[in-house]
Design a protein around this ligand. Sequence first.
Ligand SMILES: CCCCC/C=C/C(=O)SCCNC(=O)CCNC(=O)[C@H](O)C(C)(C)COP(=O)(O)OP(=O)(O)OC[C@H]1O[C@@H](n2cnc3c(N)ncnc32)[C@H](O)[C@@H]1OP(=O)(O)O
Ligand code: FAD
Length: 672
Amino acid sequence: MPLNKEIQPGDNDELTRERLQATFDTQQMAAALWGSDLARKRRELAKKVDKLTVLHDSKDMSFMTREEKLSENARKVVQMFAHVADIVEDPSDDAEMFHLSSNAIGHEGHPFGVHFVMFIPALKAQADDEQREKWLMPALGLQLIGTYAQTELGHGTNLRALETMATFDKATDEFVIHTPTVTALKWWPGSLGKSSNHAVVSANLIIDGKSYGHHNFMVQIRDENTHKPLKGITVGDIGPKMAYNASDNGFLGFDHHRIPRRNMLMRHAKVDKNGVYTKPPHAKIGYSAMVHVRSVMIGHQGMFLGSASTIAIRYSLVRRQGEIKEGSGEVKILDYQTQQHRLFPQLARAYVFMFAGKEVRELYQKVLSDMEKGETTLLADLHALTSGLKSVVTHLCVAGMEQCRMACGGHGYSRASGIPEIWGVAVGGCTYEGENMVMLLQLARYLMKAVKETKKGKSLGRLVDYLLLPQDRHSLIGRVPQGEYGPHLAAFEHIARRQIFKVADELTKLQDKGMSKEIAWQKKAVELQRAARLHTRFYLAACFHRKVQSVVDGRIREALADLYHLHLNYELLDMVNYALEDAYLKADQVDFIREDMYRLLETIRPNAISLVDAFEFSDRELRSVLGRRDGHVYENLYKWAKESELNRADVLPYFDKYLKPMMLAARQRSNI
Ligand SMILES: CCCCC/C=C/C(=O)SCCNC(=O)CCNC(=O)[C@H](O)C(C)(C)COP(=O)(O)OP(=O)(O)OC[C@H]1O[C@@H](n2cnc3c(N)ncnc32)[C@H](O)[C@@H]1OP(=O)(O)O
Ligand SMILES: Cc1cc2nc3c(=O)[nH]c(=O)nc-3n(C[C@H](O)[C@H](O)[C@H](O)COP(=O)(O)OP(=O)(O)OC[C@H]3O[C@@H](n4cnc5c(N)ncnc54)[C@H](O)[C@@H]3O)c2cc1C
C-alpha cells in the first residue's frame, strides 16, 4: 500500500512516481495538521460536496462579473444550509463549517461572510441572556442576516474617534442613532452593501450630554420582507476591491434613527431606563468580536499559504524546463535548488501557521469561557498574542504566496493558477481586524510592560516568561553535535529578548532626558514594531517545536522535524542581522546554517508532494488548474482558456468599431 493515499488511476505518471517516494502516510500527516477528527470530517464532507451538484460552481468564477459572483454565492450558500445536516456532523463546529464553505463557496465572500465570523460572536459575547434569545437564536437559525459595522469612512484604527452617535432619549426609552458627518458613514462592513438586514453598530454612547465612548448596538437596517432600507437609513455597496469581490462591503448612514434602549448589547456595559450607566468589567471587553476574528485568521491564513504551496509544488513536479546536465533531458523545475529554496520554506510556514492557529483558538476559547464568568485576566495576553500573530502571519503569508506565484512562471500570473484570488483575499488580512503596523505596536505596549515586570523579577504572563532568563553572549549553533537544534531555537529567543530590552532601554533613556513618554514612543516606533515581530517569530518557532515533540508516530515526526529544521534555518537567515549586531553569531555559524538549510532542501525534496497532499485540499476547494491533484495541467489550461468570454466569437465588435476603420484609414493614407 503506498504511503501517499492520494494515488488514483488516471493520474499523471510523474506525480504517481513522486507520491510513491513518500516516507510517511499522508492521512496520518493530515491528522497531525488538522487534528484527526477534523481531517476525517474534511475528507468526508469533500466527498459529499462532490456528489451534490447544486453546490458546484455554475462556471469558473474568474469569468463572472461582480453581480454574477454575488448571485452565484448567494445561491450556493442557501443550498449549503439547505443540505448542511446531510454534509457535516456538527453544524455548530466553526472549523467544520469553514471547510464546507471553503469547498462549496470558496473565499471570495458570500452574504453570510460576516454574519458567522463577527455578528454571531459579538452577540455570543456581548448580548445578555434576553438579547441572546431575541437575536442570537434567529441569527443562528438564519432568520436574519447580520454584519458588524464599526469602521467609518474617516476612521478605522482609532476607535476613540468614531463619530456615529447613540444618544439616549429618556422620554421614549430609546437611542437615537445618527451619522453627523460624511466621515461618520460606516464604511467597509462585509455583506452590508446589499445582503444584510441587521447590523451590530459601534456608536458613541451619549447620556445627558456626556459621552461614554463607543458601545455596540443592534440595529435593523432593512425590512425583513421587502429588503428596502428602513426609514432614516442609507445603505449601499462601496465598489470593487482587490479581491473579495463576491462580498458586498458596504456603507451605512443614519438620520436620527431610533432604536429601543434594550438594543444596546448589555451583557457587560449597561444603561437602565433612568439613564444610569454601568461600566463593563474590562474596558475593552466590547472588542471581543475583533479578537475572535484575529484568532481564527491565523489558521485560515496558514491554509491560504498551504493552498498556494500545494499549487506551486504540484505544478513544479509537472513542469519541465531546461537541463541540469546537458543532454540528459529537461528536468522538473522542482529539481532546481532555487525552486526548492523558494517553495519549501513557504510550505514550512504554512504548517506552523496552522499549528499556531490551533493553539491560539484554544486560548481564545479559554478566555471566552472566563469572560462568561466575568473573569478577564487573560484578555490582555490574548490581545497581545493575537495582535502579533495576526500581523506577522498575514505579512509572511502574502510574501510567501507571491513566491509561490512567481515559482509558477507565466501560468502563475493567470487566474487559472488560483493564486491571484487567494493572494488577494489573504492580503486583505494585513488590513482588516487592525492594520498590521498598529497591531504590532499593541503587542509592543505589552512587551514594554513585560520588561518593567521583569525588572522587578516578575513575569507578566506565560508568553513572556523568557524575558526573565539570562542572555547568552554566544550561540552554540554548529558547536553541538550535528542534528541538535536547541541552539537554533535559543537564537530566536536571544534575538527577540535583546531587541525588546534594547528598545525598552532606549525609551527609558529618552524619557530620562526629559522627553515625554508619547514622543519617545514615536522616536522608537519602528524599533518597537521590530521587537513585536521578533517576539512573534520566536513564538512561532517554539510552537513548531512543541508540535514536533508532541507527535508519536516516528515517520511523521521525522518528516515534520525536517520542515521544522528548515524553518529554523530559513527564518534565522532572514533575521540574521540582529544576531550579527552583537556578535551572537559568527560568520562560520551563518555558513553552517546556510549549508544545513541546503541539505534540508534535498532531504525534503522526495517528500514534497506528500507534504502538500497532506493538506488534503480537494480540487474543488483549490480551484486551480495548475494545482490539480491528478497533474493533468496542460490540456486543462487549454480547456480553461477556451471558456474565456472573449472566445465567444472569432471577431468581437470592437474590431469593426475601432481597429478596422483605423487600419483602413492608415492603408488609404499610405496609398496616397
Ligand atoms: C472573512 C473575513 C472577514 C473580515 C472581517 C473584518 C472585519 C473588521 O475589520 S472589523 C473592524 C476591525 N477594526 C479594528 O481592528 C480596529 C483596530 N483598532 C483597535 O483595535 C483599537 O483602536 C486599538 C487597539 C488600536 C486601540 O484601541 P483604543 O481603545 O483606542 O486603545 P486605548 O489607547 O484606549 O487602550 C489601549 C489599551 O487597551 C488594550 N486593548 C486594546 N484592545 C484590546 C483588546 N481587544 N483586548 C484587551 N485589551 C485591549 C491595549 O492592550 C492597551 O492596554 P494598556 O497598554 O494596558 O493600556
Ligand atoms: C477586506 C476588508 C474587510 C473589512 N471588513 C470590515 C467589517 O466587516 N467591519 C468593519 O467595521 N470594518 C471592516 N474593515 C475595515 C478595517 O477593519 C479597517 O480598514 C482597518 O481596521 C484599518 O483601518 P483604516 O482603514 O482606518 O486604516 P488607517 O488607520 O487609516 O491606516 C492607514 C495607515 O496609517 C497607519 N496608522 C494608523 N494609525 C496609526 C498609529 N496609531 N500608529 C502608527 N501608524 C498608524 C497604518 O499603519 C497604515 O499604514 C474591512 C477592511 C477590509 C480591507
